[in-house]
Design a protein around this ligand. Structure first.
Ligand SMILES: [Zn+2]
Length: 894
């Protein structure tokens, strides 16, 4: 699943520039504190029966949001003496149960349907259980419908099983360690389409304007991968090697499918070749649905993705890799997750780590090594800035009440570690092992030991120690590095220290690394293996080195403090061949203030580095350094023909350069007119941060102006909060009302709390949105009230708590907001635990700076595809935001 933005997930979701990394890490840290209440089962169950096939017949009462089901399970008993069949079932009304075609007794509990057998059964005995039921699912199956305020929304019904929600709409065995084939028969209005697992067998008239669709999946998979999507959709057909491919968009958005999803066949080709096993299912459907609860979900042969992945064609061209991270991730799951499935959630990295790794495989093949390297470099930095992930191993079963097993380790770290393994084993051996792993485990459920065994069988390479350090162990190496040169002996003495705190599951790491020593006669490479707390390596060097690189190209997940002088960093920025080494130089150089040589080198990188990643990082660095010269370099680069993604980073970096009229004038002109929408959006944000004299007028014009999907309008509405100009209040109130587009409303609502702090009418209006049926609005209002700090909102929040339509995740947030309004000065738990994190120690930005960052983060989340694909359910993403908002607002009050 793409929940990921895993805590860290956002993390890794490479949200943008390094600048936000600390912030993101901080955010990730907080996620831990607000997990959902129902825990996933950490270990696979012992089974009494093997579910082999389910025939699932469904129809719906759309107005009532009800499902009517008739499911027939064929199962085989696994142990002698089995006297009853227990199925997972939550909130469903069971009308009848037939056992081998005769009426059977049954009982229900809060989460089980139990069918007693007439006598104790023997292993191997087969049963057919037919269950008729109905329900109004609280989860698992969702109805997205038009209403009087939003009458044009296409009707959609879709399911989301992972991790343990299939049981909310289908009584079944709901844990990954069983596999079955399915037949799914769905009756819907004739104008609708349906999508389910497997092959489409027939669509027949069912009378009264209805049609019945029959789908059949003949390859077994787990019940969390069962899917049904139905509704008003546009369809685009394609194919790959004769296998039907279909893409679905909510009605009216079909023209967005080719530009965003058209690279699917090329991905199928690449993955089939790389993994050594052809795409294993009979078709591949991708259905994009509105208000999806995750970024994407890899249901067998039929992925569901968020419709926010259907970027407007005019915006899509401004994102280098488009939606490909999401699309390649879900596709890779068809092998890793669906064909071979983790046995329990503790080994979920065998699904998520592999799918995340596959994103890199696609990026590297299609967008080039530099882009893949840049994303890996960013992901590594962001991961190291998250202290809570650092101390937890990838494989663990202690997620308990938090159900936070889908974290930044199982996605980001595990994906990185697989790339590291590929580098260490070599491309050929690694993929030989992967092919064998898939072949011997296809159709099975696996634990990490199955992976290690397969890799060893295929390559004779034992990876147990590697897994012990990186997957079963926690953390990663933090290196302190320095070298001296002995001119007489012609030797470099490189001292390598591992400084990570060794505690809990964090130990020392052993890793092969390449050291490059460059002298006037050229670069030479020396492979070494580090393994100790402190070691000194003596390496030949014909003259004093111009540059020494440790782990050239960044192939070990690590952080490193390499003590070098300015001259060497400048050389490294200009001359290192690998992107990661040049990026490291940028990070070192941006810390050197008031130095013309540094500024000029950064300007050179901004103009001339061959990779967009380095050019964008150089822009960030110049923004950090500031001053007249840096401003001039950024302004010139903004006028260049660089790509929109680099130019938008330049515009944002200019937002750090205060009191410069040239900067203000230029940003104003770019915000109003530029060929790139992303660059205009960044200019709007920068103007708001700088609080220039023209910012109010320019933001106001952006709200009134036109842009694809109202991209600039939403940016401006959010930026008004950063600007902090009370004149924006009438406009924000106008755009927050029912009937306006949801995204514009949430943007306006998020800015309101920071304006006219004493105006009770604003608080009232925000409070009136708490009871709206649309979740994004509710959530925006809830957070806005907490942030606003006006205790007059307390009664509205308390009334909200009494409603019966709240999802379980919302309740604690409401309670927190109430507590916060009642006692604004009291520190919350999360604020306390936030101390001691790198964010708290190394970065003490002003409240304004923090809020500005927050605004930018939200902007990125909303507008950048990178975050939408976030592998975290929106509820969790929003939870994080809620926590940040709370923290920031508390600081404001204090
Ligand atoms: Zn996934």
């Amino acid at each position: 699943m793409e929940r990921e933005a895993s805590p860290a997930n956002w993390r890794n979701r490479r949200i943008g520039s390094r600048k936000y990394a600390t912030y993101l890490a901080f955010v990730s840290n907080l996620l831990l504190l607000c997990g959902s209440l129902r825990a996933d089962e950490p270990y696979a169950r012992s089974r009494d029966y093997d579910l082999q096939h389910s025939k699932i017949i469904l129809h719906f009462d759309v107005d009532q949001k009800k499902v009517f089901g008739d499911v027939t399970h064929s199962l085989s008993i696994l142990r002698d003496g089995t006297s009853r069949i227990a199925l997972d079932s939550v909130g469903l009304t069971i009308q009848s149960v037939m056992l081998n075609k005769s009426t059977a007794q049954f009982e229900t509990t809060a989460n089980k349907l139990i069918v007693p057998l007439r006598s104790a059964a023997k292993a191997g005995e087969k049963f057919e259980i037919e269950i008729r039921y109905e329900g109004k699912p609280a989860k698992g199956l969702y109805f997205i419908l038009p209403d009087k305020d939003y009458p044009k929304r296409p009707k959609q019904i879709w399911t989301q099983g992972e991790s343990e929600d299939t049981r909310y709409y289908l009584p079944t065995y709901d844990y990954p360690n069983d596999r079955l084939t399915t037949e799914t028969i769905v009756t819907v209005p004739a104008s609708w389409i349906t999508v389910a697992n497997g092959k489409l067998m027939s669509v027949v008239d069912a009378g009264k304007g209805m049609q019945t669709w029959t789908w059949k999946e003949s390859v077994p998979s787990s019940t969390y991968l069962i899917t049904v999507v139905a509704g008003e959709f546009d369809e685009v057909k394609d194919n790959w090697r004769g296998i039907p491919l279909t893409y679905y968009a909510p009605k009216g958005r079909g023209d967005r499918l080719p530009v965003n999803y058209g690279r699917t066949p090329a991905m199928l080709e690449l993955f089939s070749k790389k993994f050594g096993v052809d795409y294993p299912w009979e078709k591949y459907a991708q259905a994009m649905v509105d208000d999806f609860v995750a970024g994407g979900m890899e249901n067998s042969s039929a992925t569901t993705n968020t419709s926010t992945s259907l970027m407007h064609p005019k915006l899509a061209s401004e994102y280098l890799t488009g939606e490909d991270d999401l699309i390649s991730h879900e596709l890779a799951h068809q092998w890793f997750g669906d064909l071979v499935t983790c046995k329990d959630w503790g080994h979920i990295w065998l699904n998520e780590g592999f799918a995340t790794f596959a994103e890199t495989v696609w990026t590297e093949a299609h967008f080039g090594k530099d882009q893949a390297d840049y994303e890996r470099w960013q992901a590594s930095r962001e991961w190291f800035q998250n202290p809570s992930l650092f101390t937890r191993p990838v494989v663990r079963h202690d997620f308990g009440e938090n159900s936070d097993e889908f974290d930044g380790n199982t996605y980001g770290k595990a994906g990185w570690v697989l790339d590291m393994l590929r580098h260490q084993m070599g491309e050929d051996a690694f993929y030989r092992g992967i092919k064998h792993y898939l072949e011997v485990n296809r159709g099975k459920n696996v634990v990490t030991a199955d992976f290690s065994k397969a890799m060893e069988e295929a390559t004779y390479t034992n990876i147990d120690e590697f897994l012990a350090e990186w997957i079963y162990g926690a953390g990663g190496p933090k290196f302190d590095l320095a070298y001296t040169y002995d001119a007489e002996k012609h030797q470099v003495a490189l001292t390598v220290k591992q400084t990570q705190k060794r505690e809990g599951r964090v130990g020392l790491f052993s890793a092969p690394v390449d050291v490059e020593i460059a002298t006037a006669s050229g670069p030479k490479l020396y492979p070494i293996t580090v393994s100790k707390e402190t070691e000194t390596f003596t390496l030949p060097s014909d003259s004093a080195p111009l540059m020494v690189l440790f782990d050239r190209g960044d192939h070990v997940l690590k952080s490193a403090e390499f003590h070098k002088d300015k001259k060497e960093w400048l050389y490294q920025l200009k001359s290192a061949t690998e992107l990661a080494d040049r990026a490291d130089a940028l990070i070192a150089l941006e810390k050197i203030k008031n130095d013309d040589e540094v500024v000029s080198a950064l300007g050179e990188a901004l103009r001339n580095d061959k990779t967009p990643g380095i050019r964008a990082q150089a822009a960030d660095a110049l923004g950090q350094i500031g001053g007249k010269t840096a401003a001039k370099l950024l302004l010139d680069a903004l006028d260049s023909r660089d790509t929109p993604w680099v130019r938008s980073r330049i515009a944002y970096a200019l937002g750090s350069i205060k009191d410069d009229t040239d900067v203000a004038t230029k940003l104003d002109s770019v915000a109003r007119d530029d060929s790139s929408y992303r660059t205009r959006a960044s200019a709007l944000q920068a103007l708001a941060r700088l609080k220039t004299s023209t910012a109010f007028a320019t933001l106001t014009a952006a709200v009134a102006g036109d842009s694809p999907d109202k991209f600039l309008q939403r940016t401006a509405l959010r930026a008004f909060g950063v600007l902090g100009d009370d004149r924006a209040v009438p406009l924000l109130l106008e755009w927050s009302v029912i009937g306006k587009e949801i995204d514009s409303r949430t943007a306006a609502i998020s800015s309101l709390p920071r304006l006219e702090k004493n105006n009770k009418k604003i608080t009232e209006q925000i409070a009136s949105y708490l009871t709206e049926p649309r979740f994004p609005i509710r959530w925006a209002a809830l957070n806005a009230l907490g942030m606003r700090g006006d205790p007059s909102a307390i009664p509205a929040l308390e009334a909200l708590l009494k409603r019966d339509d709240l999802t379980i995740e919302v309740v604690p947030t409401i309670k927190r907001q109430i507590a916060r309004l009642k006692n604004p000065s009291k520190k919350s738990d999360s604020e306390e635990s936030g101390e001691g994190s790198p964010a708290a120690e190394t970065e003490k930005p002003s409240v304004d700076q923090r809020l500005d960052k927050l605004e930018h983060l939200i902007q990125e989340m909303n507008d950048s595809k990178k975050s939408k694909e976030g592998r975290m359910p929106p509820a969790k993403q929003k939870k994080i935001l809620d926590v940040i908002l709370r923290k920031n607002s508390a600081s404001t009050i204090n």
